[in-house]
Design a protein around this ligand. Structure first.
Ligand SMILES: Cc1cc2nc3c(=O)[nH]c(=O)nc-3n(C[C@H](O)[C@H](O)[C@H](O)COP(=O)(O)O)c2cc1C
Length: 222
């Protein structure tokens, strides 16, 4: 059994209550401006900005700190073309055959369909993979805990970081996404979690006119 080691908590900052209130409100305002964008500019984004946002994602909490995620950053136009081709094929099946009417009704306000031009327009496709289990140096398997929760948190950190940096993204989940393992050469131990289409918005980008539920509806204090 590994013996735990502890270090002093030097990273925590306490703020006076008034400042805390301001900081909470500022963060809410900032993150509240984030929108999922489906119309991208072709404008490039410098790679180091994406790298820093990925480092932010890597700071997320995870079950037993096993950090069961891997990010594949796609910029190669030919790989993007293949991702688009495969995604549009699955999405055609989804919109025309697989999706139950109720799901299509829920998607209707977003105006989405099987056409995914942004998979080629946007400068970055960040494929987030969930490592379902770990592999030891000897090739054996070891258990990962709370994989979905952990990768969801890391993806949330990444979405927030990209927004904070001044970029936009689309959380894309072509269904099913198994083709990403083949196209991006990831092992069977990893499951595609979502694809974050990332870049600048098109100059004339529009977003669906939708809102968020009020606090009273999403929270209960007991
Ligand atoms: C897990 C998840 C999967 C999503 N999948 C898709 C998708 O495949 N295609 C798409 O256009 N939007 C997708 N979205 C984006 C949602 O439609 C969007 O977040 C929602 O409409 C709210 O809009 P907002 O992000 O601008 O607040 C997904 C979002 C999440 C969290």
């Amino acid at each position: 059994m590994t013996t735990p080691r502890f270090v002093p908590l030097t990273t925590y900052r306490e703020y006076p209550e008034a400042e805390m209130r301001l900081r909470a409100a500022e963060f809410y305002r900032e993150i509240g401006r984030r929108r999922t964008v489906r119309m991208f500019a072709e404008r490039p984004v410098t790679r180091d900005i994406i790298e820093t946002c990925l480092r932010t994602a890597g700071t997320a909490p995870s079950g037993a700190n096993l950090q069961p995620w891997h990010f594949v950053v796609v910029t190669d136009p030919e790989v993007k073309r293949r991702v688009r081709e495969a995604a549009e094929k699955e999405e055609y099946e989804f919109y025309h055959h697989r999706a139950p009417p109720e799901w299509l009704e829920a998607l209707a306000p977003l105006g989405t369909d099987e056409h995914k031009p942004y998979l080629e327009t946007a400068p970055y496709l960040i494929a987030v993979f969930a490592k379902r289990y770990g592999i030891t140096p000897g090739g054996g398997r070891f258990q990962h805990y709370y994989v979905t929760e952990s990768v969801g948190l890391a993806a949330g950190f990444l979405v927030a970081a990209l927004h904070y940096a001044g970029l936009v993204c689309l959380t894309h989940t072509p269904s099913p996404m198994g083709f990403l393992n083949d196209l991006l050469a990831r092992p069977a131990s990893e499951k595609p979690f979502l694809l974050l289409v990332t870049g600048y918005p098109a100059a004339d980008a529009q977003v669906p006119d939708i809102g968020k539920k009020p606090l009273e509806e999403i929270a209960t204090f007991v």
